[in-house]
Write a protein that binds this ligand. Sequence first.
Ligand code: XMP
Length: 326
Amino acid sequence: DWNSGNVIAEQVARIREQVGSARVISALSGGVDSAVSTALVQQAVGDQLTAVFVDHGLLRQGEREQVQNDYVAATGVRLVTIDAVDTFLDALAGVTDPEEKRKIIGREFIRAFEQAERDLIAEAAADGQPIKFLVQGTLYPDVVESGGGTGTANIKSHHNVGGLPEDLQFELVEPLRTLFKDEVRAIGRELGLPEEIVGRQPFPGPGLGIRIVGEVTRDRLDLLRQADAIAREELTAAGLDQEIWQCPVVLLADVRSVGVQGDGRTYGHPIVLRPVSSEDAMTADWTRLPYDVLARISNRITNEVADVNRVVLDVTSKPPGTIEWE
Ligand code: XMP
């Protein structure tokens, strides 16, 4: 019968056998799968592992600190954080097309990771232990979806910022290959990972970059980060996290409407709330949130976030609407 302690012991033994004394690198995204797979490898080979976390500036409030402080405290992993905010924002300047944004974010992620990798390879060469392995948080459903093939880095690239370069010469370490998401969460909890990471709802790799309809700029990201933090805080306080699959908060950056706030007329942006209920994200329905919770979120966002004077609710199922607006 299934027991997270047994799975951990089994995977740790397997990873040790696979890796030997070589070095391993891992890309942390802030999501559940990369967090748990990295923690397992850390448990198995300790300092032979280096985790790389790319801050692309499209993260939500507190996410970087969560990884840098809480995750590191819980795992003891050796972490390298790449601050690539300026690079990403420069590359995204003037871009409004959603697929173009995704391409740019994916490309810049690979560049940032490759730079970190070159530095680590140089360091590893200096002490004689080459980097041979790359950790991937591949789950059982991903394996089935891609036809069950094993081997070197053939990672589905379209849907994950974790989509890494295909010419990487690393062998993959995939300790979650036989597991489903709820099992991965159970293992993460058993390993003592922070609940904010283990219980996290889905969040797209391109992050807030695809939740600003219009050009992505620093100011707009700051504004959206605040609105998103308020919505998340209120949904959690209302005990609704289990009921909602996820709740994208979207900034309509190129839309303005008239409002009246404080002493006078304003001309600000709308924020869209997109709470959805779903089993697998293939189809979804809009979540009937309690009116009082919606009212609190709306009041707080319009009061606390400068330049936002309207909050609207998306009441579209999927299909026809996708969960994300871009
Ligand atoms: P849609 O918008 O297609 O989203 O209904 C379905 C699920 O996928 C997530 N999503 C993404 N995840 N990179 C990701 O890693 C992406 O580019 C991306 N686009 C959408 C979305 O949050 C939802 O859970």
